[in-house]
Write a protein that binds this ligand. Structure first.
Ligand code: PLP
Length: 268
């Protein structure tokens, strides 16, 4: 008797915080993995008490708890791609960087999550240097928005020339691709332009701006879509194309739930 042939199951891991409201963090990541046909795993770094109105509490885990989760995954399940989201402290960044190196997780997307939309810090200020020093060198792609890129690069970004300079500076920190998202600037412009730098050339990805307040979890969802595509052995430019289309549709279908900023939709 022959075994039925099974399609290969691609697996993606998110190392990130929990959003009790379900719109961002590991919840957004796992829903996105599922929608894009990838088996999702999660290692939790922090619990947030959160809803559409904002972040009411942040409770980071001990580094040992994060290390133990990554060992459980690394010694049994082999992720095809990994992403990081909220890492909160330099201690957690160090723990994550050590395990990512140990297990050779080279399809790594680093979403340098720093502040929630309402202003709550999701990364301690003093942890930025640890992110730059220990995690960015391991990244295949890093996905800052403009405020995050300003903090990473140490420069103020106004025009497109500044974006290119900042992308070069961040690329020099080690990631193979810098995906600089344009959604946080030019809010009056009808188009959003993302800039991608691979160390040699810049490519520009434009999409129409969607007028909505239901964008909670956009960054998490985008980087999770990128990770899901990389887990399926797509190239970074191919993965960006799919992730861009996914996030555009997700923002267009943003969910009007709760009484504040609803989440982007995770249904493909
Ligand atoms: N909560 C968690 C756990 C997150 O990881 C993130 C973003 O990465 C957020 C909240 C912030 O989401 P937003 O700024 O889209 O509201």
């Amino acid at each position: 008797m022959t075994e039925p042939t099974r399609n290969k199951i691609f697996k993606a891991l998110t190392i990130a915080g929990s959003d009790s409201g379900g719109g961002a963090g590991i919840q957004a990541d796992l829903k996105t993995f599922q929608e894009l046909g990838v088996y999702g795993m999660s290692a939790l770094t922090a619990v947030t008490a959160q809803n559409t109105l904002g972040v009411q509490g942040v409770y980071p885990l001990e580094a040992d708890a994060v290390t133990a989760q990554l060992d459980s995954i690394g010694t049994d399940l082999t992720p095809d791609a990994v992403k990081t989201g909220m890492l909160f402290s330099s201690g957690l960044i160090l723990a994550v960087a050590e395990k990512v190196s140990q297990y050779g997780w080279d399809h790594l997307v680093v979403d340098p999550v720093m502040v929630a939309k309402g202003g709550s810090p999701l990364l301690q200020q003093e942890a930025v240097q640890a992110l730059i020093r220990y995690l960015l060198p391991l990244a295949l792609a890093v996905t800052p928005n403009i405020p995050e890129a300003e903090i990473l690069s140490g420069m103020k970004i106004s025009g497109m020339a500044d974006r290119e300079t900042a992308a070069r500076l961040i690329h020099a920190m080690g990631p193979r691709y810098v995906v600089l998202k344009g959604g946080h600037v030019d809010e009056d412009s009808p188009m959003v332009t993302d800039l991608v730098f691979d160390g040699e050339k810049f490519t520009y990805w434009e999409s129409p701006r969607v007028a909505t307040q239901h964008t909670h979890g956009t960054g998490c969802t985008y980087s999770a879509a990128l990770t899901a595509e990389l887990a399926q052995h797509k190239t970074v430019p191919e993965a960006i194309q799919t992730a861009k289309a996914f996030i555009h549709a997700a923002i267009e279908d943003g969910l009007n739930i709760g009484s504040g900023h609803g989440p982007t939709n995770h249904f493909a």
